[in-house]
Design a protein around this ligand. Sequence first.
Ligand code: ADP
Ligand code: MG
Length: 761
Amino acid sequence: MNSKPDHAEPGNPELSRGLERRIGKRSAAVIEKHLGITTVGGLLNYFPRRYMNRGELTPISEVPLDEEVTLIARVLSSSTRAMRARRGSLTDVVITDDAGGAGGAGVPGAGLPGTLKVSFFNGFRAKAELQPGRRALFSGKVTRYGGSLGLTNPEFQLLDEDPDIPGMDPEKLAAMPIPVYPATAKLTSWSIQKVVSTLLETAELDSLDDPLPADIAAREKFLPIADAYRLLHAPQTPADWQRARDRFRYQEALVLQSALARRRAQLAAEEATARCPVADGLLTSFDRQLPFTLTAGQSAVGKTLAEELARDSPMNRLLQGEVGSGKTIVALRGMLQVVDAGGQAALLAPTEVLAAQHFESIRRTLGPLSRDGMLGGFGPDAVQVTLLTGSMPTAARKQAMLDAASGTAGIVIGTHALLSDNVSFYDLGLIVVDEQHRFGVEQRDVLRSKANKPPHLLVMTATPIPRTVAMTVFGDLETSILDELPAGRAPITTHVVGLAEHPAWLGRLWTRSREEIDAGHQVYIVCPKIGTDDDGDFSPGEAEPSAADLEGDSGARELASVTGVVEQLRDEPALAGVPLAPLHGRQDPVLKSETMASFTANRTKLLVSTTVIEVGVDVHNATLMVILDADRFGISQLHQLRGRVGRGGLPGTCLLVTTLEPGHPSRRRLDAVAATTDGFALSQEDLKLRREGDILGASQSGGRSTLKLLRVLEHEDVIARARQDAWQIVGVDPSLAAHPVLAAAIEEYLNPEKEAFLERG
Ligand code: ADP
Ligand code: MG
């Protein structure tokens, strides 16, 4: 899969030229040291993060703490004194955005809103230059001491004496935006700007070939590439950089989409083993014994899978479907077709609990069509379904591995244990990845490498993915959607239970649970933590940041924990005599599966657990879910969790319990979850809260997103246009022979990290 790009392709030689050739050895060394950039193209593509307006002061109340900031401010006052403990002097300068007032005791102005105290040790230049009334650019890290904001020894530059623009018309100068580059503690934005402006003069910009096809550039009325670089880095007016940025944003989208289109074309050109349906095989028998009719969506997707599995090029498909939409049956039917054709299928689940549950329910669903490696006893027409997880006893695991390797096992279900080196398959024909968001790219590729020929791949996710994200992250996969729930699925009602305003409702939760259990049903209680003194149970590498991460909640309040709640409920009169059990990720795997089995068999009535039940768990008789400290979970996590109830035709209820005051930002998130069961709407909402990098997954470095100018949620139209163009270009010219500059831009873009990013899906 990881076919390395061929470096023979021509590109823009000027872009790969060493920087020292254009800006001199010394500057090049500084840029390399602080930014890690060594080529002309690297620096040209180091885009300003934003632009400041010379005439406007930066609102000081909005500057972020503990980050390198560049801001424009006016000097309010300045004073210098000798230091007491050691030799030298301390110059305190108060700067303002003119939002607050002046005056006060001590250092005039310090501590007022809209002011920042700037301290310099032995700041002789600061003392001389930063006179009251002067305006300057400051660059440094904003810290807080004694309740007020401050900068210590920042770099600064007087604004009205900009040395770079001698003799410029003052009015024009005032309108000229100041580019703000991502700076470091040692290299200010304006130092970068200075070097870049040298580069703009010395680089052979006009020799650059445009990666954008001419017809597209004309249609979009884009600036020529050389002008675009000039105006992006040295705009005369705000309109300049906006035009330049639009162009590069589109270029970024086109390069990315072309890469995806090309990859998809390459995948389609690979040779796979065709797994054709057989007349009277397992699949036919299975369909005959199914206790329900497939939904229209299940039939349609099933038909697509059947056709694609029967082709000799690999299927690469993403199946999206709401929680409970019946994805497993669809996947299982595909697996049976592959087994009928003599191949094997692997189902990769994100957790042991889920793998075990898939194993049980797939065997139950298959009934006499399945056999177990240990027991045997069924005819040769049955498929052997094998479970393979890390926690299995050694003997059983060895047997499972043997069955996978010899081909005895037709369907192998497992966790990441399937990925270990000593697991091999006789003839792996189909890989199904369940709940993809928990699985990394590399892991999928490891599994792929276990097949002799590229296997067919089906990725299933219950997290609805907005269109543009799908286009960007999964642009190389075909997408199918199950958009209806099977008939008879009862609706889930969700309520927010605010304990801050109604403390008495806590007791109501347990009587409500009791009512449900007395009616013969079962209850989930979900907690954000395992024990009373740990820091939560968010599994490492989880795609979703906790709500607390998003809001900087330090977690000072005591959160509900599985062990704490179990203790509490054992003494709860309303629940006297109710069989209840804890379940969490740190338990012994054997205990975990016993607990799950007991709950599935309706012996345990109330399960107190962490998010281990988040994905896939399927107990039809469970009708009530109580999520304690629900504000600690993200939107899609809550949506996934509540999908565990209301699965058996019985109406489900989900109670989102919180101790936060009404009006707290996290309460609004809970209200959103309570207001709709439309997973798609919720995932849009959710994505707004996440950083771009989390959406795109891999290749985040230093908090910078992989994409420079594109924002997948904001720029849907750009992405859609670029995708159409890319599909057209690649459709006509898969090797991009007629577009060598675009091809080179793609190779440039696909450094190893980014290649991994494209491998997602
Ligand atoms: P998910 O898409 O969340 O993985 P599952 O595949 O676990 O959903 O299906 C949820 C439940 O619905 C399962 O118990 C399954 O047997 C049942 N189911 C699937 N398809 C249908 C159908 N067409 N009619 C009725 N029940 C169905
Ligand atoms: Mg599922």
